[in-house]
Design a binder for this molecule. Structure first.
Ligand code: B12
Ligand code: SF4
Ligand code: SF4
Length: 303
């Protein structure tokens, strides 16, 4: 007999297992050009109350266009002809997929742009992430719940016509922060227990799932720089000069990713190596740095 929502007593353990199994077993977790190599290692999973006050605060911190989990689910349900259904409870399921070691190691030699493996990981692995999110929605609907993938909805966009742009209407990092998955950093990267070299995703549902405790006191706490260590490894590694002690300059990073790298590709004679995607995805600030694959520690020798 099929499992029903009301029968899931350990909802967080259930979804964590489903997500980990999906990533471990999906054929989409393989790099097509590198036989046998997988893209993502075992993910970390976190849960948030969809009505956590932080989601409302994001309307000030990010902008009033940033959608709350409840808004995302209710807009979806209206469009899906469920009518004006206001769920009693909304929960967010968020995850971070750490890049596999061969992908991260392939970035060690790079100083100006991403390796082919990193580039393929971003695009083929992004596809796995999108499918994982849809898989969860179907599963939840099958057991009698409702769910939505916010960044696959029609209203989702990355705004480019405003100060602070580009800025998304559903920010995965901010959502993951509420779900206790980690913190921001000097590079802007989100440092999780499996590091910063991780891709992120989330869905909203109407199942009552206990929220993951948010242990950090500050939204940049996992970064060595904000803990008083003169790290700045990401700053030194950025070829665009987009990271300074003041933080991350998105415009410079954006320009480097979309305009400079395509020119470099030609100049370095790498345009026929098989790079894919709308942009190459630089990623240098997320690799070969102390926070690459864990929350960096201060005591003893620096990692
Ligand atoms: C637009 C975008 C870009 C743009 C702009 C980058 C940017 N920083 O916004 C460009 C093209 C340059 C880019 C580049 C990259 N991106 Co990008 N990008 C996005 C996208 C689509 C939206 C980001 C966004 O708008 N965030 C919202 C804004 C408001 O965030 P913000 O400005 O960083 O927020 C600051 C403030 O709000 C502040 N803050 C101030 N007060 C407070 C208070 C509280 C309580 C909190 C929580 C925060 C806060 O904290 C933040 C940091 O300073 C997301 C996907 C998504 N839907 O989220 C991926 C995403 C951010 N990108 C990602 C990645 C991996 C990259 C690249 C490494 C490229 C690559 N794939 O190799 C680089 C890294 C750049 C960098 N150093 O961050 C990952 C990040 C993973 C991670 N571990 O951090 C994401 C989440 C995609 C994903 N699904 O995983 N990206
Ligand atoms: S490399 Fe160092 S300064 Fe940069 S984000 Fe990681 S811990 Fe922070
Ligand atoms: S993605 Fe590349 S250009 Fe952008 S901040 Fe990181 S290292 Fe710099």
């Amino acid at each position: 007999m099929a499992v029903k929502v009301s029968e899931i007593s350990e909802a967080s353990a259930f979804f964590e297992t489903v997500i980990k199994d999906y990533v471990a077993n999906s054929p989409n977790n393989l790099l097509p050009a590198f036989p046998g190599e997988h893209i993502w290692d075992e993910p970390v999973v976190g849960f948030a109350n969809g009505d956590d006050p932080l989601f409302q605060q994001y309307k000030q911190i990010i902008g009033d266009f940033h959608v709350t989990p409840r808004e995302a689910l209710e807009m979806h349900l209206q469009r899906a002809a469920y009518g004006f259904y206001h769920p009693e409870k909304t929960s967010v399921i968020a995850w971070a997929l750490p890049s596999a070691r061969p992908i991260r190691d392939s970035m060690l030699r790079e100083t100006q742009m991403s390796s082919l493996r990193w580039n393929h990981g971003r695009w083929f692995g992004g596809e796995l992430n999108a499918r994982l999110a849809r898989h969860l929605v179907v599963l939840i609907e099958d057991i009698g719940g409702h769910a939505v993938v916010p960044d696959q909805e029609r209203w989702f966009e990355v705004k480019r016509d405003m100060p602070g742009a580009p800025v998304a209407r559903w920010s995965q990092r901010h959502v993951a922060y509420v779900a206790g998955l980690g913190t921001f950093s000097l590079s802007d990267g989100f440092i999780t227990p499996v590091g910063v070299a991780a891709w992120m995703g989330s869905i909203v549902c109407d199942i009552d799932i206990p929220a993951t405790p948010r242990l950090c006191q500050d939204h940049r706490e996992n970064c060595l720089f904000y803990r008083g260590v003169n790290c700045r490894a990401c700053m030194k590694r950025c070829p665009a000069g987009a990271i300074s002690e003041k933080g991350h300059d998105k415009a410079k990073c954006d320009e480097y990713n979309y305009k400079t790298i395509p020119k470099l590709l030609e100049k370095l004679g790498r345009h026929e190596q098989g790079y894919v995607g709308r942009y190459l995805a630089c990623g240098l600030c997320q690799t070969h740095v102390p926070c690459e694959s864990r929350i960096p520690i201060i005591s003893g020798r620096l990692p």
